[in-house]
Design a protein around this ligand. Structure first.
Ligand code: MLT
Length: 393
């Protein structure tokens, strides 16, 4: 029996596990010391009333002999898939409900989608990046090319025609940098993918934080994208489902490579390895799209975006370079005084009790940068920023 040796090429543990370990060691050494967590992008606002009510009703249905349900439809319940299609329709994107696959979150699908692609494919991944894209490809032993995201391109790398890649990862609004592609920039990626016969894996998990209507929330707002892109989205950040778990993946029926429709392939994969999301959770997710649900989640998003503004304004006042924070819940800042990412992490935790995420944890180009999340408690975020300003003085 042999193990998958590709795992030996991974870093010993996942970035956020490392941070959690450091924080818990600090807490043990400093009992009672207050810690403000602006590290992992985990939400703090509770599920909204409409979602809770829908879940409670659904749980009652499951408890009734006549309304009980067992296995659900393979791609998710029609009521949820249709609500998702209607949501895309508002932006002029026409999707059929069998192009939508409900799942337990974008992270799982982003990893699992690789099952349908050959391990010989070359993948193109931005550096810095959400570590899941890199690690899942290392696990499969794929050849990874990195594209430089940096201060000079405002952390929005564009295609290099000289480079060929089969699978391209894009995330906009970006995790970790908070940078958002414009329509023109995304069009360049779509054109590149069509010319190179590549597939784009587009992570739209943070689309709900885009305030500027001119910016695209879905890659399908770009002409030609249905021929080359799979989109992943999630209720985690939009509606507080990080613990509840629900997301969806869009695989357009037009997407065809090697004479095979990817929609069929993904359906085959999902029906074999996945048994769907709980009925109660899907009912809760569908409630997000009702008029009440929409206005309630807007309130939570407004709280987070206000946090983002508090952090961004602090960075501006302190003369620190940053991206994000306007159409994104992440603020990506250049560490002050030449600090390296992990040293700045240790400084903020040790001196101020503030937890952030070291940029170096997202890739070599993240060295010297640091990510703060707007998903924290509003009062604590303001308090952390006041401490940061006071310490700088
Ligand atoms: C993050 O902090 O980058 C996110 O919480 C990761 C995730 O959504 O899995």
């Amino acid at each position: 029996m042999k193990i998958n040796q590709n795992y030996a090429n991974l870093q010993e543990s996942y970035l956020f596990s490392d941070i959690a370990k450091k924080v818990s060691a600090y807490q043990s050494a400093n009992p009672g010391k207050k810690i403000i967590k602006l590290g992992i992008g985990d939400v703090t606002q509770p599920l909204c009333e409409s979602v809770v009510a829908a879940m409670v009703d659904a749980a009652r249905e499951l408890g009734g002999r006549d309304t009980f349900r067992g296995y659900g439809p393979e791609q998710g319940y029609a009521f949820l898939r249709e609500a998702i299609c209607a949501y895309y329709g508002e932006r002029g994107v026409v999707l059929a409900s069998d192009e939508v696959f409900v799942s337990d979150g974008a992270k799982s699908d982003i990893g699992n989608i690789l099952d349908i692609f050959c391990t010989d494919n070359t993948v193109l991944i931005p550096n810095p990046v959400y570590p899941v894209y890199v690690d899942t490809n290392i696990m499969a032993g794929r050849n990874i090319l990195f594209m430089d995201a940096s201060q000079s391109n405002l952390f929005l790398p564009l295609p290099d025609e000289a480079l060929h890649a089969d699978i391209i990862y894009l995330c906009s609004p970006n995790n970790p940098t908070g940078a958002v592609y414009t329509r023109e920039q995304l069009k360049q990626w779509v054109d590149y993918a069509i010319a190179h016969d590549s597939v784009i894996l587009f992570d739209a998990a943070y689309e709900a934080f885009i305030a500027d209507d001119k910016l695209p929330r879905s890659i399908y707002e770009i002409e030609g994208a249905k021929k080359c892109a799979i989109e992943f989205c999630s209720f985690s950040k939009t509606a507080g489902f990080t613990g509840t778990r629900c997301g969806y993946t869009v695989v357009p029926s037009e997407l065809c490579f090697d004479g095979v429709h990817l929609n069929k392939l993904w359906l085959r994969r999902q029906t074999t390895k996945f048994n769907g999301v709980a009925y109660t959770v899907q009912r809760g997710a569908a409630a997000v799209f009702t008029p009440e649900g929409r206005s309630q989640i807007k309130e939570s998003i407004a709280i987070y975006m206000n946090n983002a503004k508090t952090i961004a304004d602090t960075m501006t006042d302190m003369g620190m370079w940053f991206t994000g924070g306007i159409n994104s819940p992440y603020i990506w800042l250049k560490c002050p005084r030449g600090y390296k990412s992990w040293d700045y992490f240790d400084y903020l935790l040790g001196e101020l009790g503030i937890v952030g995420t070291p940029g170096a944890g997202f890739g070599t180009n993240g060295e010297g940068f640091f990510r703060m999340t707007a998903f924290g408690d509003a009062e604590e975020t303001a308090q952390a920023m006041a401490m940061l300003k006071a310490a700088a003085k």
